[in-house]
Design a protein around this ligand. Structure first.
Ligand SMILES: Cc1cc2nc3c(=O)[nH]c(=O)nc-3n(C[C@H](O)[C@H](O)[C@H](O)COP(=O)(O)O)c2cc1C
Length: 350
């Protein structure tokens, strides 16, 4: 890594996390991002829900809420980038401070509450990058004060048709009161059925994924998997941040309200991922998210059942070469174990 980037990280970490994130996004928009070429390896290339990924390591939602820097993130080595969560109407979110860095725990707590510039601005940016290479997903949500949350998901989905390579229905943020209620069987069935019905009317039939919480008991997970398979969505993203897990933390910020992510989420989210893989018998594509900070972590998620992985929090503590390093390390681990392609390792430990 060149000097300037080696210096930028520690300096940014002296700032409040949201200020540091805002500066990073601005720098990326100005084209100040480094470029890391990851090897185009046949071991890492993978086809999932009809899309061809150069590698299975993606950027998780929440880093690029307004779809401003997806292409810059792809240049860091990510195999795909998920933008959003976007809501129909711009939203300020909760009062600051609302992101906390838990250095001792390699973790983050956030209670942003879907702060974003709204659908119109988001749509304009995705439209401006249309035709460029690279897989970019759109993560859609509902406004906090919406009278009809299902209608919010539908209007985001319909407005963005043809502008994203895949869509993620986010019903698992802990920071919008009541949102996780949409994970319940009947509500979920209604939401997904209506989105899939809308898709049948679209020319561009992009894959539709559901992002779930890690805080689910056995029955709740069973219900979600049953609904997902029955209605025929294309995959599950497992998982969003957790509202639990505080007891094991050491950082003074452990008392903050919000969703916990990063290293302490790894075991929980991987357990839910593995259970989902067993329940689906490998028939539904799964994206593993939560606490990935190395090639070995990504490999463990894949072996537990993930066809693709995503990460966010680890970037708070590492340099911009993190994604590229993970991709390279993962390729080495797959080759060492004799796999010709990453798809052969999916679910092998489940
Ligand atoms: C600051 C912050 C903001 C986030 N915002 C969103 C969001 O808008 N939508 C979403 O689906 N997930 C959001 N997430 C959750 C991440 O996408 C991811 O599921 C979670 O952080 C676990 O991955 P990680 O441990 O690699 O961070 C956010 C996470 C963080 C740390």
């Amino acid at each position: 890594m060149t000097g300037i980037y080696a210096l930028a990280g520690p300096l940014l970490r002296l700032l409040d996390p949201e200020t540091a994130h805002g500066l990073t996004v601005r720098a990326l928009k100005l084209g100040l991002a480094p470029r890391f070429t990851v090897p185009q390896s046949r071991v890492l290339q993978t086809s999932v829900f009809g899309l061809n990924f150069p590698n299975p390591v993606g950027l998780a939602a929440g880093f690029d809420k307004n779809a401003e820097v997806a292409d810059a993130m792809l240049c860091l080595g990510f195999g795909f980038a998920e933008t959003g969560t976007v809501t129909p109407v711009p939203q300020a979110g909760n009062p600051r401070p609302r992101i906390f860095r838990l250095r001792e725990d390699a973790a983050v707590i956030n209670r942003l509450g879907f702060n974003n510039q709204g659908l119109a601005a988001y749509k304009m940016r995705l439209a401006a990058r249309r035709g460029r290479p690279g897989i970019v997903g759109a993560n859609i949500g509902a406004n906090k004060d919406s009278a009809d949350r299902i209608a919010d998901y539908l209007s985001c989905f319909e407005a963005l048709a043809g502008l994203a390579d895949y869509f993620t229905v986010n019903v698992s943020s802990p920071n919008t009161p009541g949102l996780r209620g949409l994970q319940e069987r009947d509500m979920l069935q209604n939401l997904l059925t209506r989105l899939l019905a809308a898709r049948t009317r679209m020319t561009d039939k992009a894959p539709l994924l559901l992002k779930i919480a890690p805080d689910l008991d056995e029955q709740a997970l069973l219900d979600i998997v049953a609904v997902a398979m029955e209605v025929g969505i294309d995959g599950l993203i497992i998982s969003n941040t957790t509202i639990g897990g505080r007891d094991a933390l050491r950082s003074p910020h452990r008392v903050e309200q919000g969703g916990l992510s990063g290293r302490p989420l790894f075991a929980l989210s991987t357990r839910i991922l593995r259970e989902a893989y067993r329940l689906t018998g490998g028939k539904l594509a799964l994206i593993g998210v939560g606490g990935v900070s190395s090639g070995a972590d990504a490999y463990a998620k894949i072996r537990a059942g993930a066809s693709l992985v995503q990460l966010y929090s680890a970037m708070t503590f590492a340099g911009p070469d993190l994604a590229a390093n993970i991709v390279i390390e993962l390729g080495g681990l797959l080759e060492k174990d004799g796999f010709d392609n990453v798809s052969q390792a999916v679910g092998i430990d489940a």
